[in-house]
Ligand binder design. Structure first.
Ligand SMILES: Cc1cc2nc3c(=O)[nH]c(=O)nc-3n(C[C@H](O)[C@H](O)[C@H](O)COP(=O)(O)O)c2cc1C
Length: 206
């Protein structure tokens, strides 16, 4: 796959995750090897840790916690546009099947998240390039992923306790990871670059 295709067609996959196909740990390890090359703020360069959950018993305990947290914030259908409803239904489908997803991947940083814009930018910005590299690397191996981190609303300690994650370590997100049942993903409909680009002054378009 060429780089542009990889970057433009790596989608959030929820309904097309193959819940019946096991994921070898080697595939996860190789994707993390690639993700380790992502940039991070100097003081956090070696701080990222990944907890990879494969054990079915643990997944069965984590899934209801995430679902329960999601239920507290899921908007009502009538409040949403058609497209928002499509995404929401897809998110609900993943939540309903979360314990069946073969791998849950949780990137963590020393916590708690700092106060102050510049420090928060560096903090989360030291995880998300690696998270996205991980998602791209999974794609190369024929896998897909979706973030599914509703437990961070107020149930993070419950999931941390299950996994032995120390209380001074923050989960940044949780990714549901599996092989995909299709491979021909398409670019999403997004505003064209010229609509979102300002040159030299706010709102001055190219
Ligand atoms: C920071 C971040 C958090 C997200 N959290 C969730 C989540 O908790 N649940 C979920 O189903 N999708 C989550 N997503 C996926 C988005 O909903 C998804 O990117 C969006 O539906 C657009 O689809 P696409 O990635 O295929 O373009 C998250 C994405 C990002 C970047």
């Amino acid at each position: 796959m060429d780089v542009e295709t990889l970057l433009t067609t790596t989608r959030t996959v929820r309904r097309k995750l193959d819940l019946d196909r096991a994921v070898p740990i080697e595939v996860i390890e190789d994707s993390l090897r690639i993700a380790q090359q992502a940039p991070a703020a100097g003081n956090l360069l070696s701080a990222l840790r990944w907890v990879i959950v494969r054990d079915a018993g643990l997944r069965a305990k984590i899934a209801p916690i995430v679902r329960g947290a999601a239920a507290t914030i899921m908007p009502q259908r009538e409040q949403l546009t058609e497209e928002q409803n499509r995404v929401m239904n897809s998110a609900r489908h993943l939540l309903d099947n979360l314990e069946r997803v073969p791998v849950l991947a949780i990137p963590c940083l020393p916590g708690p998240p700092p106060q102050g814009h510049v420090y928060q930018t560096s903090y989360y910005g030291s995880a998300y390039p690696a998270i996205w590299s991980f998602q791209l690397a999974l794609r190369i191996h024929g896998l897909g992923s979706s973030m599914c981190a509703y437990h961070l609303i107020d149930k993070e300690p419950e999931v941390s306790a299950l996994l032995g994650i120390p209380s001074d370590v923050s989960q940044i997100t949780m990714l549901a990871v599996a092989y995909t049942t299709q491979t021909d993903f398409q670019p999403a409909v997004r505003p064209p670059a010229e609509e979102i680009t300002y040159i030299d002054s706010w709102n001055r378009r190219p």
